[in-house]
Design a protein around this ligand. Structure first.
Ligand code: FAD
Ligand code: UDP
Length: 390
């Protein structure tokens, strides 16, 4: 039997990167371009993390882990990802099924007029919402944030039931930041996001990732939990993007994550619903239904939709933003800071409810930090060499 000589530098990876989602792939790409040798491992059988998309058996492009719509206010992030894809302009729109009607979400002028049979203008709708808002001295929870803006009735129609299904928590048990993701508008803007840059990768996320990782310095190993190989493959430093509590063997207990079961249905019709996503705050056990063709722009005689059923078990998709979880995360964060030669980044490793663009921005920032450390170290070596020269 042949055992490689691990002491030989040529067998060594500079970085073992755990997780081939955006957090890991950005660092693999950036570091490989500076000449570093990267081993990127993922326990799944594909790259792309939660953004992974593929053509189903009917030939429709679908997102395996639920609908992913790209939006950002960061020119840097948009341009950086633009190196690996052409963007297809797309602005997402959502209707909510409330009181037997489909009305725009975020709540806007048309939502109020349709629900209450009114014909208010923008100024009047502001007055309408103000008259219903229950002003809070402190806005701490997701209930506070909504009731403070639109009052209890609209809160109950749009937020209470959806949030209970999504998180199995009452909005009063969740940080304000969760419901604050959804604004309220007094105009007729019915876009879900208002970021400056919005779009979808023209040929899908998986193609984007293939291009990102197409570099001779990057080796990809799938179907592999990093714990299976970390002791047998030599590497210098690690970048970890998996769940932070798993890295530390749950030494302080498990961090709660919320999961979702995705149910895909293909219909023998070109179009199934009137917009990209329909939310169901009050009826059905699922939260929303998304029709992929709106997102992808694909032309096809059939169409696939996905139903999202939130669950406690399954892959960890959402960190759960609430005080006690932040406190537990802080303990892991301290351990992470003390762990030499391992960097933690991404939604799971930093336990943050981040969108894709925030994860890319976080990893680009980490790359800059790593770069400046490398440059400082090189500088120190140069100074030492200069001093040592006779
Ligand atoms: P991930 O994509 O989760 O990647 C982490 C990878 O690490 C995974 O592939 C995992 O298999 C791997 N891994 C974990 N543990 C190990 C281990 N022990 N060994 C080896 N590999 C491991 N964001 C948006 O901007 N717009 C949206 O519309 C949007 N929609 C979303 C819808 C849903 C249903 C969900 C769940 C998320 C959505 N997001 C959206 C958020 C987006 O998915 C994340 O921001 C982003 O994918 C996080 O990237 P990441 O690399 O941090 O994590
Ligand atoms: N939300 C709600 N009703 C809705 C849509 C959203 O109560 O119709 C709340 C809910 O708590 C949800 C949060 O707002 O988890 C954030 O919604 P978003 O659409 O941003 O969730 P994501 O796309 O990340 O699942």
């Amino acid at each position: 039997m042949h055992f490689p000589d691990y002491n030989k530098r040529k067998y060594m990876f500079d970085y073992l990167i755990v997780g081939a989602g955006f957090a890991g792939a950005v660092l693999a790409e950036r570091l490989a371009k500076t000449g570093k040798k990267i081993l990127l491992v993922d326990k799944r059988n594909h790259i792309g993390g939660n953004t992974f998309d593929y053509y189903n058996k009917d030939g429709l492009l679908v997102h395996k882990y639920g609908p992913h719509i790209f939006h950002t206010n960061s020119r840097e992030v948009y341009d950086y990802l633009g190196n690996f894809t052409t963007w297809r302009p797309y602005e997402h729109r959502v209707l909510a099924s409330v009181d037997g009607m489909l009305v725009p979400l975020p709540i806007n002028l048309d939502t109020i007029n349709s629900l209450y049979g009114l014909s208010l203008n923008s100024l009047e709708v502001e007055g309408f919402l103000l008259s219903r808002a229950e002003k809070k001295d402190q806005v701490l929870t997701s209930e506070d944030v909504v009731v403070n803006k639109v009052g209890r009735e609209l809160y109950e129609k749009f937020f209470k039931g959806y949030t209970k299904k999504q998180w199995d928590l009452d909005p009063s048990e969740l940080d304000a930041s969760v419901a604050a993701r959804i604004p309220t508008r007094s105009n007729r803007d019915d876009r879900y996001f208002t970021d400056c840059y919005q779009g979808m990768p023209l040929h899908g996320y998986s193609r984007l990732f293939e291009k990102m990782l197409d570099h001779p310095n990057i080796k990809v190993m799938l179907n592999t939990d990093y714990k299976e190989i970390e002791d047998i493959i030599p590497y210098d430093k690690m970048i970890y993007t998996g769940p932070v509590d798993y890295y530390f063997n749950y030494c302080y207990g498990r961090l709660p994550y919320r999961s979702i079961e995705f149910v895909f249905i293909t219909h023998e019709t070109e179009k199934f619903q009137p917009t990209g996503t329909i939310n169901f705050p009050n009826e059905h056990p699922y939260t929303r239904v998304t029709e992929f063709k709106y997102l992808t722009g694909q032309l096809h005689p059939k169409t696939t939709v996905v139903y999202e059923y939130p669950t406690a078990d399954g892959d960890p998709y959402y960190p759960v933003p609430r005080r006690e979880n932040a406190d537990l995360y802080k303990k892991y964060q301290l351990l992470a800071k003390e762990t030499k030669d391992v960097y933690f980044t991404g939604r799971l490793a930093t336990y943050k409810y981040y969108n894709m663009d925030q994860v890319v921005a976080q990893s680009l920032a980490l790359f800059k930090r790593i770069q400046s450390t490398i440059q400082n170290d090189q500088h120190v070596v140069q100074i030492k060499n200069t001093i040592l020269q006779p």
